[in-house]
Design a protein. Structure first.
Length: 117
């Protein structure tokens, strides 16, 4: 939150500098410092925006993050109880979840055939 406030303050300062430069140019004054200040301000704000964007992302720049733990499917049983099929490094497990407790019911493998109800 503090960083966003600083970015907002910087953008206001940059806007006021740009407006003053435009007024001075209209009056016939010109200083090379205004263009350099504007350029530096734009670069700093762009860098801060890129940093905030990358910080919010969940994947790394080098490529996709391969997640080892994946929730494949859930089924609600009512009363805050669930059956969960979770995969970890290619192996599947059936978990029972209820308030304050998670139990592994059974490991699932390729040979397990679901029964028809």
């Amino acid at each position: 939150m503090r960083l966003r406030g600083l970015i907002l303050l910087g953008s206001i300062a940059l806007a006021s500098t740009s407006l003053r430069a435009a007024d001075d140019k209209a009056l016939g004054y010109f200083s090379a410092g205004y263009g350099a200040t504007t350029l530096i301000g734009v670069i700093l704000l762009g860098g801060a925006g890129a940093w905030l964007y990358m910080r919010g992302r969940k994947i790394q720049i080098s490529g996709r993050v391969v997640r080892k733990l994946v929730i494949d499917e859930t089924k609600s049983l009512g009363s805050r109880q669930y059956l969960v099929v979770a995969s970890y490094e290619g192996r599947k497990f059936m978990l029972g979840v209820c308030p304050g407790r998670i139990d592994m019911l059974t490991p699932l493998d390729e040979t397990t055939v679901p029964r028809k109800a």
